[in-house]
Design a protein around this ligand. Structure first.
Ligand code: UFG
Length: 326
């Protein structure tokens, strides 16, 4: 199968391209390189384009004639979404609209969409499953929820079949260290901790220690990028098997606090990361933990690598050898 991978030069997209090529498919990366890396495109053709420019995505469909789409391309920083919501509505919502219109026009009617636990907002002490009402608290979550809604209409009217994955916190790297997580600026906890271990930063600032959690820091559900990508292959198969549109949450059901993540990184890397205590970061939810039973039961998805030490170990290995970080 030829699979158009929007955001294929990014963290998760590049891992998906590798998995597609390893399983005999051809990933076609469509990326504007605003947050992705040309060097991460190693597993198939590259089309440089921007989803907000409708003509470029139309050209990509016409040139490559894909059989399915994995739609990763998006802006995904909560802090940025709080400061510049317009960027999120334009990139994530208008970009998706252009993509869906082009897909329908080219009769490419199977699509997997990367949504987020940020669509649920801040629901204290709730395990978030697919029946939990979505109440996003920032423009990032709201933009992704809007695209989920858009997909319902595109399916009902134009037959665009879709699998929606709501990711929890994605972590780790390709176990062969060919691709990994790298953002500039970096805002995510684990890469920041590893930058600090490597001496590229002086310390890790913990954003808030007065949350109503056991150790006062925010709790997240971390899932290994390889496990996440496995779910995407299962999602494509689900669509090709004609099982219809469905939304799945992807996490492990276990929560880790910021302090627990740092502690685990200390153990894996055998160093002591210096920390400082800072204010709460605007837009952060207290606790986001997934109920992923639907993905396990229906998709037969079983996370294999999503333990905290394994995720940190793989991220750390990549951190030390990655070419395009340098
Ligand atoms: N954190 C720190 N210090 C840092 C960086 C992060 O204390 O230097 C904390 C955050 O406050 C948060 C936790 O570590 O409590 C995890 O933060 P990340 O930035 O790694 O991840 P987020 O939970 O903010 O973001 C993830 C995804 C987003 C998604 C969001 C949903 O990366 O795309 O979950 O809330 F929107």
């Amino acid at each position: 199968m030829k699979v158009l991978v929007t955001g294929g030069a990014g963290y998760i997209g590049s891992h998906a391209c590798k998995a597609l090529s390893k399983t005999g498919h051809t990933p076609i990366t469509f990326d504007n390189l605003s947050t992705g890396w040309r060097d991460a495109v190693q597993f198939g053709p590259f089309f440089e384009g921007d989803l907000t420019d409708k003509s470029s995505i139309e050209r990509a469909f016409a040139e490559h004639r894909p059989d399915a789409v994995l739609h990763f391309a998006a802006l995904s920083r909560v802090d940025e979404a709080m400061a510049k919501p317009e960027l999120y509505w334009r990139n994530n919502v208008l970009g998706s609209l252009n993509l869906f219109e082009a897909a329908v026009q080219h009769d490419c009617l199977d699509l997997v969409f990367s949504s987020t636990c940020a669509t649920f907002g801040d629901q204290d002490n709730v395990i978030l499953d697919e029946n939990t009402p979505q109440h996003p608290i920032n423009a990032y979550g709201a933009s992704k929820q809007a695209v989920e809604r858009m997909l319902q209409d595109f399916e009902a009217t134009h037959g665009l079949r879709n699998v929606i994955f709501r990711y929890f916190n994605v972590a780790g790297a390709d176990p062969d260290a060919e691709v990994g997580e790298f953002h500039r600026p970096e805002t995510h906890l684990i890469p920041i901790v590893l930058d600090t271990v490597a001496g590229e930063r002086d310390q890790v600032t913990i954003y808030g220690t007065d949350y109503p959690t056991p150790d006062g820091t925010c709790v997240r559900d971390y899932v290994h990028v390889s496990d996440l990508v496995d779910a995407h292959l299962l999602g494509l198969q689900w669509l090709k098997d004609g099982k219809g549109s469905r939304a799945f949450n992807l996490g492990t059901g276990s929560g880790f606090s910021v302090r627990e993540v740092i502690h685990s990184a200390n153990r894996v890397t055998n160093r002591e990361v210096p920390t400082a205590i800072g204010d709460r970061r605007p837009g952060d939810a207290i606790k986001l933990v997934s109920g992923s039973k639907r993905a396990e039961d229906e998709l037969k998805w079983t996370p294999q690598k999503s333990t905290m030490p394994q995720m940190i170990e793989d991220a750390w290995r990549w951190h030390q050898v990655a070419d395009y970080r340098k």
